[in-house]
Design a protein around this ligand. Structure first.
Ligand code: AMP
Ligand code: ZN
Length: 113
């Protein structure tokens, strides 16, 4: 999608620090890490948010969640981690391309801010 920064990252028009990539998914380091490990996992397909997901995306998202556990292992998050997808205005989503924050290597707090 034109003017979508994560589409541009997925298409390598904007550089990123890639952790994992396959034909459907990209995982790269967040520019402003909120934990010692903070990566973003995105579908390469433009989907605006979890609100925009359709039945057609079921296999894609199932694959993404399965891969998340593997990426966590790859990043050494044996002691646990947090997976977050901010959605819409109340969720404070700033980039309107579905993404999952994978955060680890520090003790998280609850409730989130
Ligand atoms: P959210 O606020 O949930 O929409 O998260 C967007 C995230 O994207 C933030 O954590 C930003 O730091 C991150 N971000 C924005 N632009 C880039 C970029 N070019 N490369 C890596 N991370 C980015
Ligand atoms: Zn996009």
């Amino acid at each position: 999608m034109a003017d979508c920064i994560f589409c541009k990252i997925a298409q390598k028009e904007i550089p990123s620090s890639v952790v994992y990539e396959d034909e459907n998914l990209l995982c790269f380091h967040d520019l402003e890490p909120q934990a010692p490990v903070h990566v973003l996992i995105i579908p390469k397909k433009h989907i605006a948010s979890l609100d925009a997901v359709t039945q057609e995306d079921a296999a894609l998202l199932g694959g993404l969640l399965l891969k998340t556990g593997e990426i966590a292992k790859l990043l050494g998050l044996e002691n646990g981690y947090r997976l977050v997808s901010n959605c819409g205005e109340d969720g404070l989503q700033t980039v309107r391309h579905l993404h999952f924050h994978l955060l680890g290597k520090r003790k998280m707090t609850w409730p989130p801010g």
